[in-house]
Design a protein around this ligand. Structure first.
Ligand SMILES: *Cc1c(COP(=O)(O)O)cnc(C)c1O
Length: 368
């Protein structure tokens, strides 16, 4: 199967093999060494010297940890949302009792840093929540510019980097991001099960006074255990085994090369999609390097496209969430991916689309 969804992403055989081994004592020296190796490896990809915790959870757990550990009920929070995952982050803060103001953008748009600056001048916010790469719309925010605006204030910057860290340039420390969350099944060539969160000094200061309830994701507890080479509760060991091997492979390729590969594959995807006469949801200037959202042509049914791609071509595409369902489909290109994987998906589309009523441009056979 050519799994072209934005997570879980394909896992190379060598990494799958690394998982197929006996369990170890998670309170023993072998796990301590594994946890140290993984934590150090992740910090290099996060571009941070901050504390970093590996949580047994999906990415949403990382977002919840960011909120619950740094804020108190009633805290004014600015949630910048450009899609489904931005809304999820806002909802988490709301459920935990923050006073959430929203700065929402239409699907396909990125946030405007100048507008963020104006919002921040209106009220003394305790934190800003922002999605670096919005997986539901295939849009990447200019996090560097947003971070620099937030850093003009005292607000914490909590970043959903679930589908960006390790695939799209993000400099946790240089940009002043306070908590950045990612997850194993996105750009990390690893199965689902682990979330990663980095915690800045400013976030620790906020943490000391933060009164939102927390237990499983408590940073104080995570740090206390990490100092002994452990996690507070039983870790998802097989995913740790996989992640250690994935980080070795990504480390050999090198962060810059990994980022460049994602840029190249994303350009290839967008060019191929356009050559089929399809339109992208996002403007080229803000289009994501990890996922491409494509508008379904008039009259083309997503259910049929999905089924034909899977059954005839072994290509698994992603549908859309919320209001975009049935109007957009998505092609994931993060993690273990190169141009050939994309060519497989494009070839399937080229064959299926005419059958579903979309006429290909005359020259479309020439490329792709
Ligand atoms: C996948 C994703 C999430 C949610 O991750 P889960 O692992 O499903 O909890 C959150 N934010 C973004 C941007 C994502 O791509």
């Amino acid at each position: 199967m050519n799994l072209r969804i934005p997570g879980p992403t394909p896992v190379p055989p060598s990494i799958l093999e690394a998982m197929a081994r006996e369990m170890i004592n998670h309170r023993g020296p072998e796990f301590a060494a594994l946890l140290r190796e993984i934590t150090d490896g992740l910090k290099r990809f996060f571009r941070t010297d901050n504390d970093l915790f590996v949580l047994t959870a999906s990415g949403t757990g990382g977002l919840e940890a960011a909120v619950a550990n740094t804020l108190s009920p009633g805290d004014p929070v600015l949630a910048i949302s450009i899609g489904f995952f931005g809304e999820r982050f806002a909802e988490i803060a709301q459920v935990y009792g923050a006073a959430v103001d929203r700065l929402n953008y239409a699907d396909g748009e990125a946030a405007d840093p100048e507008e963020v600056r104006r919002k921040l001048a209106e009220r003394r916010y305790k934190a800003v929540l922002v999605t670096h790469n919005e997986t539901s719309t295939g849009v990447t925010n200019d996090l560097e510019a947003i971070a620099s605006v937030v850093r003009e204030t005292d607000a914490l910057l909590l970043v959903d980097g679930v589908s960006s860290v390790g695939s799209i340039r993000l400099q946790t420390d240089a940009w002043g991001c306070d908590v950045v969350a990612s997850a194993s099944q996105k750009g990390w060539m690893t199965p689902p099960g682990l979330a990663f969160v980095s915690v800045s000094q400013r976030a620790w200061v906020a943490h000391a006074r933060a009164r939102m309830p927390r237990y499983y994701f408590d940073f104080t507890m995570a740090k206390k255990y990490l100092e002994r080479g452990q996690t507070p509760t039983t870790p998802a060991l097989p995913v740790f085994f996989a992640l250690a091997e994935a980080l070795r492979q990504l480390g050999r390729e090198g962060l810059d090369a990994v980022l460049a590969r994602h840029t190249r594959v994303a350009d290839h995807t967008r060019a191929g999609v356009r050559a089929l006469g399809l339109r992208l949801l996002a403007d080229e200037r803000v289009a994501s390097n990890t996922v491409t959202a494509v508008r379904l042509p008039e009259g083309v049914d997503w259910g049929r496209l999905d089924r034909l791609a899977r059954e005839r071509h072994g290509v698994v595409l992603a549908g859309a969430q919320g209001a975009l369902a049935g109007k957009v489909f998505r092609i994931g290109h993060l993690g273990f991916v190169d141009e050939r994987d994309i060519d497989g998906a494009l070839a399937a589309l080229r064959e299926i689309l005419p059958e579903l009523g979309h006429q290909l441009p005359a020259a479309s056979g020439a490329r792709g």
